[in-house]
Ligand binder design. Structure first.
Ligand code: LMR
Length: 412
């Protein structure tokens, strides 16, 4: 429906994670707790600039860098390092990976959606139920002619992965050339990932049905504390579906949307990359030219600072090891507060089994709290989290975990 009078445009709700941060910032209650947006916080619930990034900032400052335009495809050395991090240098030396800089994970997802809609023309895009809400908005806006379909992911009875439901839905409903969005690790919002055996079965279905996978990789390092381990699924799909020894009759392509917002703590710098993997031995120049054209139309060329910072870290052996330590620090702190929250809830005798809080991985816990309970947490206790029951664990620390556990017990 077109509106000639722009005053008639309906007011839309703000995306929830941003609305929560705004509401939290306005709340004057001294013991308020922000468990909403997926941003890492240190032991005192404060933003944390990674020490490796602090050093890179200093290096760039000393270099007295200029501020010229980047090429449209982005910062070439950054892209090589980012690709190596994802695929490992051995795999990334293959020439069927085309990498382009993107405006963080969202920009990479958006670019992938537009590129697919224009060049691969899938009928459907399969999105996990539940997922990060922006997947829906991105596809609604970037690819309105592609039908969005849900595949089951979370089983509320087991509080685990509904693997059979997921696989049978893809087997039954996905058609050749349809897109399936998979979270590479630390699934947002559930914190539940497939096992390696399950990933193998998903890859097999993708190969047989010739589906186009878009891996959303926003948390490499956050799931296990080890960047290589968290890239396992991506590397497995690559080697099974897109190397010379793999079948030549597989999918037309695969995408990896790489965000460096979380694992480098560079949220506001909007740094990421999109990697397009094509079947071996196909020319890639055409696909790259089309990606470049989309970037030119949207942002002309990407921004510099985040790319320089990540490149500076990944290009220096000492800084790389420091960064690996930084990622471990973040992952271990989150694991620590998982155990703390579970133990507080059990000590208080909060009704139910809280084992899932410790079993889930990454930044979030899918608590199982209902939207009514979440609303009460906010209204009565000034604790902010997503209405689907997702809790960003980084907002917990030793000082507030008892308060949060008591409040949860109260709303149950
Ligand atoms: C989140 O899931 O909270 C973050 O990724 C922030 C966002 O963009 O929603």
């Amino acid at each position: 429906m077109a509106f000639t009078n722009l005053g008639d445009l309906p007011v839309l709700p703000q995306p929830e994670s941003f609305a929560l941060t705004a509401a939290y910032n306005e709340d004057t209650f001294p013991n308020k707790v922000n468990l909403g947006q997926g941003v890492y916080r240190d032991n005192n619930c404060q933003p944390w600039v990674l020490p490796s990034i602090r050093e890179a900032e200093q290096t760039l400052h000393n270099q007295q860098v200029n501020h010229e335009y980047l090429p449209i495809a982005g910062h070439a050395q950054f892209l090589t390092k980012a690709r190596d991090l994802l695929f490992s240098p051995a795999i990334a030396s293959q020439d069927n990976i085309t990498s382009i800089q993107a405006v963080a994970g969202t920009g990479a997802n958006h670019l992938a959606a537009i590129f697919c809609a224009r060049n691969l023309r899938p009928k459907n895009v399969f999105i996990s139920d539940p997922t990060w809400d922006n997947h829906h908005l991105i596809w609604e806006i970037a690819a309105p002619n592609v039908t969005r379909k849900l595949y089951p992911y979370y089983d509320p009875c087991t509080r685990g992965l509904n693997f059979d439901g997921m696989l049978s839905e893809l087997e039954k409903s996905a058609e050749e050339n349809d897109v399936v969005i998979l979270h590479a690790c630390a699934h947002n919002p559930t914190g539940i990932d497939p096992t390696q055996d399950q990933w193998k079965k998903i890859a097999d279905a993708v190969r047989r049905k010739k589906l186009i996978v878009i891996f959303d990789c926003a948390y490499q390092g956050f799931a296990s504390g080890a960047a290589d381990a968290d890239a396992w699924a991506i590397r497995y799909f690559y080697t099974t579906l897109f190397t010379e020894s793999s079948s030549s009759t597989g999918p037309a392509g695969m995408f990896v949307c790489q965000s460096l917002s979380k694992n480098f703590g560079l949220y506001g710098e909007r740094i990421g990359a999109l990697h397009l993997i094509t079947p071996p031995l196909l020319p890639t120049q055409g696909a790259k030219a089309h990606l470049v054209r989309l970037v030119r139309a949207e942002i002309s060329c990407p921004s510099l600072f985040g790319a320089r910072l990540v490149h500076t870290v990944l290009d220096d052996t000492e800084l790389v090891s420091k960064w690996h330590e930084d990622v471990k620090t973040m992952a271990h702190r989150i694991k620590g507060v998982r155990a703390l929250l579970k133990s507080e809830l059990e000590t208080l005798g909060a009704q139910g089994d809280w084992g899932h809080i410790e079993q889930q991985i990454g930044m979030f816990s899918f608590t199982g709290l209902s939207s009514a309970q979440v609303q009460q947490l906010r209204e009565k206790h000034h604790i902010y989290m997503l209405s689907n029951g997702r809790m960003s664990l980084s907002g917990l620390d030793e000082g507030n975990v008892a308060y949060v556990a008591q409040a949860i017990k109260d709303v149950l």
